[in-house]
Design a protein. Sequence first.
Length: 310
Amino acid sequence: MLLYIAYIIIGFVLLVKGGDFLVDGAVAIAKRAKLSNMVIGLTVIGFGTSAPELLVSAQAALAGSSGIAIGNVVGSNIANIALILGVTAIIFPIPATKSTLNRDTPFMLLACFMLAAVGWYGTINRFVGACFFLLLVGFVGWQIINCRKNAPKEDEDTEKPMALWKALLLVVVSIAALVAGANILIKGASGIALSLGTSERIVGLTIVAAGTSLPELFATVMAARKHQTDMALGNILGSITFNIFCVIGISSMVCPIHDANVGFLFDYGVMTVLSVSLLIFLYTRHLLERWEGIILLLIYVAYVARTIIM
């Protein structure tokens, strides 16, 4: 038991420092590449912090464990919205820009609806996976082109950001620390939880999903703490989109995911309702307020309790 507690402490430290340095490196890349913090959050941070979900789901698909492959992604998306944005909004209310409301959030919502639709069908084959992945590539490419086209001219009086190679190295090392921290923490938590004897679906939706979402949690909180709110929101929107279009896309291309509707219909519904609720919350005052964060967090607590009890 003491060993598992040590794993949790070490993992927590790696997550905190990794999230801190990741934001610094990502901001420097944004300045050097003339990209907005939102685009960096959607791409570099959002995709980088979702690496654990990709590794876990791809391995689960190869092993024929559809419960882990689907539960990891759906559970992570639920955690991203209800847990991570809930906690972050309680600490630092998160504003949303017009582009976030009109482009990034609707695309995230589309991804959730598409996963729910193919999940309810039952089988996610290689063709569907390829379509998911191509949608992601097209969206990211369009985002980068549009951002660079509309980028303001550089002000020579502004402080010069760190060298690009240093920023890239900092981001790579930070993401590695986040992934390692999440894996170590999962190992500690799983060592305690699995001894109680739980189903594959519950492990995927709770322990694995929450554990692989820890990089997003710490990266988002650190970004909000440093007043990079665009990057904080972009990280979550990018992670959800990446989880669906890339993680499920690549996993199903590697090995078709069968029985994607067995035991997951309620979870698809929760994910979709949360994504719609997030859009409504952001549209009301262009801000995710503290009371809305509390609602999201309470929904997550209720969802996890219901998942474990049922």
